[in-house]
Design a protein around this ligand. Sequence first.
Ligand SMILES: [Zn+2]
Length: 181
Amino acid sequence: MAIRTVSTMVHPALRQKAKKVRTFGPVLQKLADDMLETMRDEPGIGLAANQVGVLQRVIVVELPKDDDEPRSGKTYAVVNPKIVKASREQEEMEEGCLSVPGLVGDVWRSVEVTVKGRDVKGKPIRIKARDLLARVFQHEIDHLNGILFIDRVESPDNIRRIVRPEEAETEEQREAATALI
Ligand SMILES: [Zn+2]
């Protein structure tokens, strides 16, 4: 495994549509492994291949372990992910992104989604996600389509500055700087 550089806003791959993966093998496995290691190193709770400059439809998601959240701590690596069902019920929540450093914004997302795709070996998978997990999947699949959370905020007033965890001086700032996707 190796840690790769996370692209930030100016990188063109963030604004491009990633291509469908057609070859399952060691190259794909290495990409997924590297993405996981990169996400954990940042740290983040989700990462799309565009964010490491690779235009392939691959995402990884891993929520931190939380006793109140049954699916937390589980690792997802999904190839060619697609939202096949999204609840009409939506929720507005603050979002940040590893590729948009220093900014967070309030974004409306479906509370529940069903994601279909393949695992890194090519086996079909189907994931039913709600709340934060559902949000992360929607955010990452947006990345594969060249969309950033700042495109989804209702108005620029909903975008705020934050400091990175290592620069945080108060506990409040540190909390706001976590959970980047
Ligand atoms: Zn992001």
